[in-house]
Design a protein around this ligand. Structure first.
Ligand code: OOG
Ligand code: MG
Length: 261
């Protein structure tokens, strides 16, 4: 049974998302000594609330898996959260700015999982063997905390800032690539703002999925066949404004775009 205080944290963060309102971080308001275990418990309650409302999980996601993100956010340990069906935006579609608080965009490589992956002890090579396809993605993160100001445990409780995702249309077999060498650019209004390669994500994006499998194993859970999983941003995230046209280009995996309306 979750304690009252953990329920309060989940309610606080769900309300902030629904009301599109930034809030002061949990470790400054509700629970200064929030532990990693309690933070994932709060995240679990938040996820359950969404499931109870009829939303469906697309897959877990990894975050804070590159040096660029660690430097940008001041938090340097990988975390996971969950992407839901209501968060999906079509490639080339519109992100309604008024739906969110202070969205930022990230370029990521996603994995469509072909077979269950159960930790502990999973390696990147094992992940690749169980990956049906890889595809490019843009994640739109929208921390519910003011100024994206949070600690490791705050961001875990906030479902790892997960908000919207645009998947690309090009699905390729992972064996066709050296994913760590896949270059990516992130542009706004035709100007390249960030660039990097798959290796920025824990040396190889499949390593991020392996870390996820091993983290889920601590709770007796696994990565499931059919899930589509973001491996974490390759570069730092870019703050979005109304009217922006955002494009992520990935070598061999095509382009993913959306406009901010
Ligand atoms: C946390 C979420 C990070 C990623 O890809 O690193 C994330 C944040 O930066 O607000 O999704
Ligand atoms: Mg991300």
């Amino acid at each position: 049974m979750a304690s009252e205080i953990i329920k309060k944290i989940a309610d606080y963060l769900v309300a902030a998302e629904v009301e599109k309102r930034e809030v002061v971080k949990v470790t400054k308001t509700i629970k200064p000594d929030l532990t990693v275990e309690e933070a994932y418990k709060a995240q679990e309650l938040l996820v359950q609330k969404k499931l109870d409302e009829g939303h469906r999980i697309v897959g877990p996601k990894m975050g804070l898996t590159s040096r660029a993100k660690w430097d940008q956010m001041g938090v340097s340990e990988p975390i996971y959260g969950y992407v839901f069906d209501y968060m999906l935006i079509d490639n080339g579609g519109v992100l309604p700015f008024s739906d969110l608080i202070h969205p930022k965009a990230e370029a990521e490589i996603a994995f469509l999982i072909g077979e269950d992956i159960e930790g502990p002890g999973i390696t990147g090579a094992q992940v690749l063997a169980k990956t049906e396809y890889v595809l490019p993605a843009l994640e739109i993160i929208d921390s519910r905390y003011e100024n994206f100001n949070f600690t490791h445990t705050d961001v875990i409780a906030d479902n790892a800032s997960t908000s919207r995702v645009v998947f690309g249309n090009t699905l390729r077999k992972p064996s066709e690539f050296e994913l760590e060498l896949v270059g990516a650019t992130l542009s706004i209004n035709g100007q390249i703002k960030e660039l990097g390669a798959g290796a920025a994500v824990l040396g190889h994006p499949a390593n991020a999925i392996a870390v996820l499998a091993n983290m889920l194993a601590r709770k007796g859970e696994k990565i499931k066949k059919g899930e589509i999983i973001l491996s974490g941003a390759i570069t730092s995230a870019l703050l979005l404004r109304v009217g922006d046209f955002v494009s992520g280009k990935f070598d061999g995996l095509g382009e993913v775009t959306f406009s901010v309306g």
